[in-house]
Ligand binder design. Structure first.
Ligand SMILES: [Fe+2]
Length: 260
């Protein structure tokens, strides 16, 4: 499997606290069947020095790769950042400011949980306009999506990719988020599922249960698409496989309510 969203690099954000924890997380990932992951540290959080962050990031990822090699842990670590889109973010978006997923056109983008849908539309449009493709991190967790999941259908039609969190699917964030994540997969809007791992004990990069769950609920082909095929295409900078999303128009009710 390939995991495009992890906070495994230590001492950079609210993810791994130490090199020991990062190694433990790498072992968990590899044992669960993940062969490649992206180390997507938070970026552009309020008050962050983005320039200095880039320098530190390069040092940390190179050191991590050396450690994994010497420890004999078979895990490829690709670069990336989870960019927090708030305020006038897109005006600051210049090539090279942030790390895209493995140097591709795909930018892992998250929003404040209570962001207005209108602002997300504008940002998705601006990112696409800049030549990058936003991979929307865990939209099932956003309040506006829980109220009107059809927004995701619109963002998907605009060209954004949709990344669902493992924890959302498994119910870690509550039943409402779980139902929304489920609806997004049923409506063929999800492009990829990732761990968004933060630690070795909670929110881990172990994808064993996630893979099992996806196979049982949606079938092996969907599990493979979301955990291997599309993540690989993203890291290689290729087009993803986009299933035809089931059309949804406003006024037809909340799509997640179909699955309550
Ligand atoms: Fe994250």
């Amino acid at each position: 499997m390939i995991d495009i969203h992890t906070h495994i690099l230590p001492e950079m954000d609210d993810g791994a606290h130490s090199w020991e924890e990062a190694i433990e997380m790498a072992e968990l990932a590899a044992e669960s069947g993940t062969h490649t992951l992206a180390a997507t540290v938070h970026a552009n959080l309020p008050g962050m020095d983005n320039e200095r962050r880039m320098e530190v990031y390069v040092r940390q990822i190179e050191h991590f790769r050396t450690i994994l090699h010497s420890e004999g842990i078979a895990l490829n670590v690709c670069s990336g950042m989870e960019v927090f889109a708030y305020g006038d973010f897109t005006r600051k978006l210049h090539p090279g400011d942030f790390l895209t997923l493995n140097g591709s056109r795909y930018l892992l983008t998250e929003f404040p949980m209570d962001e207005r849908a209108a602002q997300i539309y504008r940002t998705v449009d601006d990112i696409l306009e800049s030549g990058l493709i936003p991979v929307l991190a865990h939209p099932e967790r956003y309040a506006c999506v829980q109220r009107v999941p059809a927004h995701v259908w619109e963002w998907y039609q605009m060209g954004a990719l949709i990344q669902i969190n493992k924890g959302s699917l498994l119910g870690r964030f509550g039943s409402r988020i779980q139902r929304t994540a489920d609806a997004l997969i049923h409506y063929c809007l999800a492009s990829v599922v990732a761990s968004d791992a933060h630690h070795a004990d909670v929110r881990t990069p172990d994808l064993t249960k996630t893979e099992e769950f996806l196979k049982n609920e949606y079938g092996s082909r969907t599990a493979y698409l979301l955990l291997e095929e599309n993540p690989r295409r993203i890291l290689q900078g290729r087009e993803t496989i986009r299933k035809e999303a089931i059309p949804y128009r406003y006024g037809e009710g909340n799509i997640s309510s179909d699955f309550v």
